[in-house]
Design a protein around this ligand. Sequence first.
Ligand code: PLP
Length: 360
Amino acid sequence: MPVIGVAKFLIIWQENRQVSYEYGRYGNPTTVVLEEKISALEGAESTVIMASGMCASVVLFMALVPAGGHLVTTTDCYRKTRIFIETFLPKMGITTTVIDPADVGALESALEQHNVSLFFTESPTNPFLRCVDIKLVSELCHKKGTLLCIDGTFATPLNQKALALGADLILHSLTKYMGGHHDVLGGCISGSIKVVSQIRTLHHVLGGTLNPNAAYLFIRGMKTLHLRVQQQNSTGMRMAKLLEAHPKVKRVYYPGLPSHPEHELAKRQMTGFGGVVSFEIDGDLHTTIKFIDSLKIPYIAASFGGCESIVDQPAILSYWDLPQSERAKYKIYDNLVRFSFGVEDFEDLKADVLQALEAI
Ligand code: PLP
């Protein structure tokens, strides 16, 4: 590069003609490599990474929904996202319509009745793995000038290409499959340069920067993403079938099963269904606790998507502070289990789950 003066370089950078690392909060060569890798996987013009998935959703809402604006979201969703929407957005006069993931009519009427800035939904959702018809809802949103952001954490960019299906933005909690080792937190949003720049500008003010060491761990984790996801798709599918056929399991939620309400849609818009299988034990809170305590392989924890299997009983983990009647509003019953299958040998996992079911 020809030697130029500092002042001249600043002008070039201000005009966005050259990336600058003039202050750590705005980026660093390692974080830019990670952003470029994610953009390549998503087919996006631009990606912004942040300190966690929650940080990404919060900055997204604050950047794209104006004070007094309207947001549409779906019933089944990560609890902390719902908490932010319900408790913080109203402080900025932002109202929200909450629809069932399959209720396209409810989306149409919300778009008719309100000036909707953003439709934000997970697909698949947490914890029931419901799916939203991304192509259809993006067409409906775009007719009204509404942006569509998909939280694709459960899908990964390998199992679902939300931008190619029509979404404006795709968000991930990198903490899960992308990192893949349950040892680092991060989040990202990808889309057009125009919209991502709007989010990035606010992110630089709010300061939820991902440190370069964490970015390095994601870059390293992503080298095996395709192998891990392949294994997890396969184990998830096989375990979902096994669980559904088991007399001690009442119900299984997995988009790869014909019993799933959006199975046909999931087959159209996904190439695999991931390693997370949610299911209900045929029993009460204590039967389910006994099942979980009898398992030998998985960790009992709140995350998912990594190499090690993880099991979560939402009634006593992520929803423990709500009374049973409140939990029931979200269909979080005492017997619900969310099982994230890792990359362990399938036969070992199968034997472990079967012996734990025998124990109850
Ligand atoms: N989106 C989904 C679907 C999630 O399940 C989670 C966390 O579990 C998040 C976002 C938040 O991500 P993080 O834990 O990285 O803040």
